[in-house]
Ligand binder design. Structure first.
Ligand SMILES: [Zn+2]
Ligand SMILES: [Zn+2]
Length: 387
């Protein structure tokens, strides 16, 4: 089977619908990994030894000198019960490709096989990353930890976009996705009879003050032109009506778009939690967990990706900001790159049970990614592209 026989609308559609019927959640992408592995192997694509149970890194090119670029997709599904109504809906109970990672895997696989056809002409090498565990902030870290990506100069990735139709790409330089950080607060006071507050150090009013007060970190500490979100999403204290509890707990998420805003939000929340707790006579344990960084597209690479897309007849729109996080940002903390939103229509938002994509976008996306990588390798290897 030649690569070109796979990279056709009907075969890409079959591959995609099979992945969609059999979604696998983070770190369990065994079947998906095997499917991708067998197709790449059948086409003679070299696979690197990641030592990981799921996910694959393929390597194409290197016949001519040039830099190493990376093209990354993610493969994991979500614990969501599908209600999309598509004829190839999930057959795995309570699991669904509700973020379109089945689309990413199929389109990037198509691009990899097109690049394999062109291997002799590539001015350098492309490492194609079939990444596990994006939804749990796992895959990028473990892929980087393999040491197989030390020589990568630039990173490229795609994501489905329900707000754009097939034929339109969303590309913009600068910060486009947020750092999806996580925090928790445990307040420790002293419990007592509900009728005897004089014997207590009640953590409840401290918790209530924090739930409301934390919003002022966004409104009073951050620059109003800098997008930021603080959401308290889980609060727990007490068990009954006539006992003041010892402790209270709350947790939530903080979203920021730049490293400086991230530092400011973390420090402002820490101060507020410790001092608010103290003002109610309580102690506070504040934990702030940094997950992936804000996703920041490189200026020149975003321009290159947009020009290449227009050259192939795509409409290009500046992609919308989103306060959702994406672990592709972890690669871009180390090297420049570009995250490209692909118009896949459907209208329903990411992670929604009715989310679905337009499979007609698969083939143009595969072709675009192959052209993008080949052109970028050529331009970096041209005399004016060096340095
Ligand atoms: Zn997602
Ligand atoms: Zn996603």
């Amino acid at each position: 089977m030649t690569s070109l026989s796979f990279v056709q609308e009907s075969t890409l559609f079959d591959f995609f619908t099979d992945l969609h019927r059999h979604p696998e959640t983070a770190k369990e992408e065994f079947r998906t990994t095997e499917k991708v592995r067998s197709l790449l192997s059948a086409h003679g694509v070299r696979l690197l030894d990641t030592g990981l149970p799921t996910g694959l890194i393929a390597q194409i090119g290197g016949h001519r000198p040039g830099p190493v670029l990376a093209l990354r997709c993610d493969m994991d599904a979500l614990p969501v019960a599908e209600d999309s109504g598509v004829p190839y809906a999930s057959e795995e109970k309570g699991k669904m490709h509700a973020c379109g990672h089945d689309f990413h895997t199929t389109a990037v696989l198509g691009a990899a096989l097109l690049l394999k056809e062109r291997e002799d002409a590539l001015h350098g090498t492309v490492k194609v990353l079939f990444q596990p565990g994006e939804e749990i902030n796992y895959g990028a870290e473990v892929f980087l930890a393999t040491g197989l990506l030390e020589d990568v100069r630039e990173y490229y990735a795609i994501h489905t976009c329900p707000e754009l139709e097939n034929g339109t790409l969303g590309i913009r330089p600068g910060p486009v996705m947020a750092a999806p950080d996580r925090f928790s607060v445990t307040l420790r006071g002293r419990g007592a009879h509900g009728a005897q507050p004089q014997n207590a150090l009640d953590p409840m009013p401290a918790m209530a003050a924090l739930i409301v007060g934390m919003q002022t970190v966004v409104s009073r500490r951050m620059n109003p032109f800098a997008p930021a979100v603080v959401s308290v999403t889980h609060a727990e204290a007490g068990r009954t009506w006539n006992v003041i509890p010892d402790t209270a707990f709350l947790e939530g998420t903080v979203r920021t778009m730049t490293p400086a805003d991230r530092d400011l939000a973390e420090e402002s929340l820490r101060q507020m939690v410790l001092h608010t707790a103290a003002s109610y006579g309580c102690e506070a344990d504040f934990r702030y967990l940094r997950q992936s960084a804000p996703l920041i597209n490189d200026e020149a690479l975003a321009r290159f990706a947009a020009e290449t897309a227009r050259g192939l007849g795509f409409a290009v729109r500046p992609q919308d900001d989103t306060m959702i996080g994406e672990d592709f940002a972890i690669y871009l903390e180390r090297r420049p790159g570009c995250f490209i939103r692909v118009g896949t229509g459907g209208g329903w938002p990411l992670h929604h049970p009715k989310f679905h994509v337009d499979p007609a976008a698969l083939l143009p996306t595969a072709r675009y990614l192959a052209v993008l990588i080949e052109k970028r390798l050529s331009s970096l290897s041209a005399p004016e592209g060096k340095g």
